[in-house]
Design a protein around this ligand. Sequence first.
Ligand code: ACM
Length: 542
Amino acid sequence: MAGPPLTDSKHGRVLSGRRVLAATGAATALVCAPGVPATAGQLPASTHAVAAPRVVPAPASLRTLPGVSFTLTRKTKIVARPGSGTAGGYLAGILRRSTGYPIPVTGAGGSRGAISLVVSRHEKGEAYHLAVTKASVRLEAGSAEGLFRGVQTLRQLLPPAIESPTVKPGPWTMPGVEVADSPRFAWRGTMLDVARHFFTIQQVERYIDQAALYKINTLHLHLSDDQGWRIAIDGWPRLATYGGSTAVGGGKGGHYTQADYTAIVRYAAARYMTIVPEIDGPGHTNAALASYAQLNCDGKAPPLYTGTDVGFSSWCIAKPVTYELLNDVLGQLARLTPGPYLHIGGDEAHSTTAADYATFIEKVGPIVGKYGKKMVGWNEIGAAKIPPGSVAQYWNTAKGSEGGTQTARDAVAQGAKVVMSPANHAYLDMKYDQSTPLGQDWAGLIEVRDSYEWDPATLVDGVTEKDVLGVEAPLWSETIVTNDNIDYMTFPRLPAIAEIGWSPQARRSWDDFRVRLAAQGPRWSAMSVNFYRSPQVPWPAS
Ligand code: ACM
């Protein structure tokens, strides 16, 4: 990570590694080695460096306790009080691998020397309070979900090697802190496009764990598109077996059985992450239209498609079979999905007339409602009549009151909330710079700073803080095939979007963020995450 001089491309400054460290204060504090009793008149036997806390997303409030620290030992246990859900087991799993300590998880016991997880009436929802003192670590939250979010902060207080899958030497010391924290927005999402290229359950689970570290709580799965249909539907087997049989570039594709999908839902739920399944329509439907001739207005199935064009396919709006199919698909997905949302797509319907588009959205909205779910769609759905309580996902690059923003205002006027995914800030598939080997550039080149420096509550005129449900960073996969590809485009930009979703706007600044982000680099190295070493970030030299 040392490499060439660091260039801040926005300002054209070239900084030596040393100057970056000095400029950003990326120093470590020397504190007394904890666990070594400092008896009267005697200096501690040794000292070691404890890095200052560098947490992403920035907590609403974090106070360091000078000279105080807590060190994990072979005797450390986790006391997970009743109601603490998966948080204790999840934390123990991470700590055991790298420390080699037994780290038992018990439901009761004294807090001295322990990490205590406590559900408390004093906190609400995802809010948590974390106190690291010399004697103990105490994490309190109003819910198991809040404890799980707090565990992510706790992990980031420990040295980066804590993320190693194999035993490392330690010492495992965290600085004394008092953190009081809660999220700005309820929806802090990312999206995997499993349609352009298919990703296995294991790949999706790996992504879930990576995102959970940054308090992402929503995973949107783009399950169908022109190039592939990725979920088995009872009564319509060819959608998956034929429509899912290929991918961009002509690879072999793949699909999830309903049991596979349920496994992903469960894995996500154990990390307090909601799955939002998307079946895109009326455009982006070639894989389905290729699978069943009767879905086409002319009764003829088109060939499978493995290119990357958009806007050429449409459901046949006038045919009842279109809605029979969607009734089955959305009904089955509703049954398999505990979360409150079904995403019906609605983007780039360039082969559907405006009148047909409106007819389609107005027929699908009630189907989603009938199955007890809220409808999510890309912002174009605002042009049609949508049920109150729907969610419009804003993906355009327009801002202020420019043309492309009107559908977002139209959605809000109908009682919808907005999830902000502006392509020129939040799309993880855009190249970082001209030399990025993966990705696209139609929405621009997005360096880390571009992904970080925007405010969801002021981007679009008429869509204000109260209208914004949250933010989401979509990873479209036309050029994304491997875990290394996923990692490279996701890190470090997903943490930038995660911080926008979690941290108070007043706590956010690029100069502060880039330093905290730099501290994630060694964590990603320990986790074998193939991240992009942006020249905008002062990565540590080792
Ligand atoms: C989109 O990028 N077509 C939502």
